[in-house]
Design a protein around this ligand. Structure first.
Ligand code: KIV
Ligand code: NA
Length: 265
């Protein structure tokens, strides 16, 4: 299969072909999802929760995102690789934003970066784009602003917030973003944004009227048992699978069954 580029994603939207996207944070998982034929791999700052066990996405650093990003890029042959700019590396200062984006591009060899927000960060988006770095936007539930909102509930249910989201989406498209993630907003609003924009809109908890879907890979594989929002479809119960395998191993070690004659030198 040919390498997925931002241009390929734009063609997919024009042809009405849905875009598949998942997160990955390490070489081994990235290698699996890429070989399975996924279109886009997101090195999300959800690594802060999933990999590091933090409560929010705020603590993860630019250096840590670079470590995850470089690990994923080394594995991926076909998918487009997008790396999140972490909290504190781009907000409010477009020069710092550009510097952070350049570090990601140079030190991971990813294909693009993603950042959260609309009008508040559009200067940063423009500055990064002017350096030739593709930018993916992210609106709706933006976990880096959790302390502003206070909850992870559905966003833009009220007309005022919906109106701002639509304006922000157009602003990001006009600035030159190649795609947009919409997280946890009403399906009807997401569908409206996807139909108004020419760039692909990828949803998570945003219904089926968008141009593609993204999930956190550990969630959809059922590695994490505690997180179960309505939008999450579990494709496997890896928690149970891994628990079973580990229990078998423990039993075999304790009983002396492992290793056997053929498993030693
Ligand atoms: O960090 C992440 O996993 C994300 C997706 C949920 C879109 O930003
Ligand atoms: Na993210």
């Amino acid at each position: 299969p040919r390498k997925v580029t931002t241009h390929v994603l734009s063609e997919m939207k024009m042809k009405g072909e849905k875009i598949s996207m998942l997160t990955a944070y390490d070489y081994s998982m990235a290698s699996i999802v890429d070989q399975a034929g996924l279109d886009v791999v997101l090195v999300g700052d959800s690594a802060s929760n999933v990999m590091a066990g933090w409560e929010t996405t705020l603590p993860i650093t630019l250096d840590q995102m670079i470590y995850h990003g470089a690990s994923v890029v080394r594995a991926v042959k076909t998918a487009l690789v997008v790396v999140d700019l972490p909290f504190g590396s781009y907000q409010g200062n477009s020069r710092e934003a550009l510097h952070s984006a350049i570090r990601i591009m140079k030190e991971t060899a990813a294909d693009a970066i993603k950042l959260e927000g609309g009008v508040e960060i559009v200067e940063s988006v423009k500055r990064i784009l002017s350096a030739g770095i593709p930018v993916m936007g992210h609106l709706g539930l933006t976990p880096q602003s959790i302390h502003k909102f206070g909850t992870y509930t559905v966003r833009a249910r009220q007309e005022e917030e919906a109106k701002k989201l639509i304006e922000d989406a157009h602003l990001l498209e006009e600035a030159g973003c190649f795609a947009l993630v919409l997280e946890k907003i009403p399906a009807k609003l997401a569908a409206q944004v996807a139909s108004e924009l020419k760039i692909p809109v990828i949803g998570i908890g945003a219904g089926n009227g968008v141009d593609g879907q993204v999930l956190v890979v550990h969630d959809m594989l059922g590695i994490n048992q505690s997180f179960s929002p309505r939008f999450l479809r579990r494709y496997h119960n890896l928690f149970a699978e891994i628990t079973g395998a580990v229990r078998n191993y423990i039993e075999d070690v304790k009983s002396g069954d492992f290793p056997n004659e053929r498993e030693q030198y």
